[in-house]
Write a protein that binds this ligand. Sequence first.
Ligand code: SF4
Length: 331
Amino acid sequence: MRTTNRQVRPIESARPVDKGASHTVIANAGPWCQNTGQKYRFKALMGKDSRIEWTHHTFNPWWGCVKVSAACDHCYAEAWARRLGTDVWGPHSGRRFFGNAHWNQPVRWNKDAEASGERRRVFCASMADVFENRKDLVPHRLRLFDLIGRTPHLDWLLLTKRIHLVRKQLPKGYEFPRNVWLGTTVEDERSAGKRLDYLLAFKTPSVRFVSCEPLLGAIDLRPYLTKGDRGTRIDWVIAGGESGAGARPMEPHWPEDLRQQCQEARVPFHFKQWGHWGPIDALQSVAGKTAIRIIKVDDVEVRLAGLGKGKSGRELAGRHWDQFPSTHSTS
Ligand code: SF4
């Protein structure tokens, strides 16, 4: 496996991380999406629009969740909900539910998409996990499935870290319609081993996708990028580093390996962002207080700078990667 054969030394810190600078970034930020680290306007959070590159709209059937994975450690949705004074995180807190005006928004998006002749992608959910296992969520999840069925001009992106619970939480006999893109987050090799077989067991979504964000380790996706006996494969890979306070650095060969794996398997690849820590050239100068981390890959020194996600950018192998799956239902 190419990713694990590499001689990678642990990250060392040349200078202490500038915690103050990180906090300044967060304090100035608007709402963020926990899955993408994307900053966007409050209107966007309510679903009228989204600045997440890979979706047109964001819809939340409710707010609130419980952390289940290393990828959840710095959940932006939790931080944002707390900033708003909403106690909806953890197993003992309630969830925030919404009325008809909220639920009618996708119906309008569907009409607009039909009128324009262009399909629209809806990311569901940025402030929750659709497949969290709680009794009080059941009627809201059923309402969501009904809504998905009534909005055939929208492609619904259901991204979950609880892919092992999805089948159990579907109504008896229900299969996802073709306007569902089902996805799971995979942050490292361990989570890939735990989650991807569950994802690929679903035959009916038009797309099965993987979000490797925040990417916390090297991942070999090759066994899942071709159809093989199971008849399904990963149709789309999104990768990105972590941003915000306490962001964990993404070593540059991790997303690059994913990009190469996707290219070899002809699977579309979307590189979302470097995140807080971006690679810099050995000769490149950065501002005096910028934190630097140094790693060694195959005895070559690689420097990462805590530039913040805006300055770190999203260029990989010299260009942007904004590929999308091609399905009958994509625009
Ligand atoms: S599953 Fe998603 S929404 Fe829930 S705690 Fe983890 S990152 Fe946050």
